[in-house]
Write a protein that binds this ligand. Structure first.
Ligand code: F6P
Length: 562
């Protein structure tokens, strides 16, 4: 990415920076994209950044050189360079929990020296992660080599990973991305997250307990849903194989080694990690054990290597060439200059069908905050509402609104140039659709064109008058396109890490703590208060608001238990 002006001027403060961005968007044509291409034949190249074979094209946005310079100015005002330094130095950037965010150590070489600074002392984070990774590797290889077997001596053919949120979404998206469309999984992966009993029935349907390895993934090991599902899985194993089988069939992945011991899982079947790994960054930790069990250790390591390559790029590359920085700044433009409330993710790859779900947690749990590190309200918008589906499916559902609705919805298109199947025609069709969507969003279709087109087809004037306005697509709608050679373990790791660092960049600019998640606590507390009231013999003096009391009573009544 190259700019015509390279001088970066910080603002007096963030508020001045955000006001300036809004003023830029309010310039005449400040929200339009097509005039920028008309004015600059080199725009596509100038607004595309590359890191190896991975490219990020942000040219289909209304960011021009002046806006980009202002975004860099805001990044300077927010101290982005110092933030990057503190992040990689393992300083407690998660200020409200007094923790480092050192997930990079999980994928760094163990002699990289990455540290996590603790309230008293520090962890040699990369070395600790490396030691645990070596234990995981030995375990995975022993399962694959059939040295580790089930209680009855049968080989493990299936692995059931129980966890929720970050202890489910990351491992699930990675496992699916590397197994969909292939028949070479070493163990067939299954996932169980929801406390809904139907989910348990579905996850265990057709599974043979004697051949199933059960992973309980929970950073805290206190999460209600995971505890209940783990207890159900334990009962399922015990019913089929007896109490003694638990030791052979259960593995725990957690930071809370004490709670794991209380559950009765053997210490040699516990893989631990530390508090400096946030839940939504834990797929690289033992929480992701299902990934190598399903796809083999080598591919898991390649995934870690891909993520580490992105870490180094993010740490070292200048802002103008730095993909997480540019992706983050583009999002800031859309959120804070244009006022967009949403972000759509369209991966044109069936194997990435769960990516939006993972990014939802990553982005919305990280940057869904209303106060700054100081505790004062931000005074500007923060994380957008993220949603997505695989392309082309999305085109036949919600893309109507994105093309013609009243709101501007920025889109990230994600596409690998090569597929891993033998239908090149299908992959070309997939790519054609991705490019066409981005093109349609930007250019739209004017009423004049539609009228001329209808007239040329001999349609009568009254019909043209009635229909033409409905067919107008306003255009000037922004999108980024992320493209790379092939979806493989390395590029998958790199892609997920790209979004992790993009989220960190945005959190830095917004001045918030991207690494805590206090907002989810209240609901958890209230749920455990309500649970005892949902039993037939519970006291009737509910102490909630009138609506909640009535819902509890109605629930019991519909069950015939009031
Ligand atoms: O409720 C939110 C959350 O705390 C997430 O941050 C986390 O990924 C998830 O729950 C699961 O937590 P745990 O891994 O501790 O079970």
């Amino acid at each position: 990415m190259s700019m015509t002006h390279t001088e970066i001027a910080p603002f007096a403060d963030r508020q001045a920076g955000f006001s300036h961005l809004r003023a830029l968007a309010d310039r005449m044509d400040g929200r339009r994209i097509t005039p920028l291409f008309a004015a600059d034949p080199a725009r596509a190249a100038r607004f595309t950044a590359r890191f190896d074979d991975l490219s990020l094209d942000v040219s289909k946005s209304s960011i021009d050189d002046v806006a980009l310079q202002a975004l860099f100015g805001l990044a300077a005002t927010a101290g982005l360079d110092d933030f990057r330094r503190r992040l990689f130095a393992g300083e407690p950037v998660n200020t409200t929990e007094h923790r480092a965010a050192m997930h990079m150590a999980l994928r760094a070489p163990e002699d990289s020296g990455l540290q996590a600074i603790l309230p008293h002392g520090s962890d040699d984070a990369a070395a600790m992660a490396g030691d645990e990774r070596a234990r995981m590797r030995r375990f995975v290889v022993a399962v694959h080599d059939r040295h580790i077997r089930g209680f009855t001596g049968q080989v493990f053919t299936d692995v059931l990973s129980i966890g929720i949120g970050g202890s489910d979404l990351g491992p699930r998206v990675a496992t699916e991305a590397l197994t969909i469309g292939r028949s070479d999984a070493k163990l067939t992966p299954h996932f169980l997250s929801n406390v809904d009993g139907h989910a348990f029935l579905e996850a265990t349907r057709g599974l043979d307990p004697a051949r199933t390895l059960v992973l309980v993934a929970s950073k805290t090991f206190t999460t209600q849903e995971t505890a209940m599902n783990a207890a159900a899985a334990r009962a399922w194993i015990v019913a089929a194989l007896g109490e003694q089988a638990v030791a052979s069939h259960f593995v725990a992945l957690s930071t809370n080694v004490k709670a794991v011991a209380a559950f009765g899982i053997n210490p040699d079947r516990v893989f631990a990690f530390q508090d400096w790994v946030g839940g939504r960054y834990s797929l690289w930790s033992p929480v992701g054990l299902v990934i190598p069990l399903a796809v083999g250790w080598e591919k898991f390591q390649q995934m870690l290597d891909g993520a580490w390559s992105m870490d180094c790029h993010f740490r070292d590359a200048p802002w103008q060439q730095n993909l997480p920085v540019l992706l983050g700044l583009t999002g800031i433009w859309h959120t804070n200059a244009l006022g967009c409330a949403t972000q759509c993710i369209l991966a044109y790859d069936e194997r990435l069908r769960r990516l939006p779900a993972h990014l939802q947690q990553l982005e919305m749990e990280s940057n869904g905050k209303h106060v700054m590190l100081s505790g004062a309200p931000t005074g500007w918008d923060t994380g957008p509402i993220l949603f997505g589906e695989p392309g082309t499916n999305a085109q036949h559902s919600f893309m109507q609104l994105v093309h013609q609705g009243t709101r501007t919805v920025p889109v990230d298109f994600i596409l690998a140039a090569n597929a891993d199947h033998d239908r090149p025609d299908a992959h070309r069709a997939l790519a054609a659709n991705a490019f066409a969507q981005a093109e349609a969003l930007m250019h739209g279709r004017s009423e004049a064109t539609i009228r001329a087109d209808m007239a040329a087809r001999g349609i009568a004037a009254p019909e043209i008058d009635a229909i033409a306005p409905h067919r107008v697509a306003p255009g000037e709608r922004p999108s980024n396109t992320i493209m790379f050679t092939r979806l493989d373990p390395f590029s998958l790791g790199r892609l997920i890490a790209l979004y992790e660092h993009k989220v960190a960049v945005q959190g830095c600019l917004w001045g918030i703590d991207s690494f805590d998640q206090w907002g989810v606590e209240l609901g958890k507390q209230l749920a455990s208060g309500i649970l005892p009231e949902l039993t037939p013999d519970a006291a009737k003096d509910h102490r909630h608001d009138a609506s909640t009391n009535a819902l509890i009573e109605r629930f019991l009544s519909l069950r015939g238990e009031s």
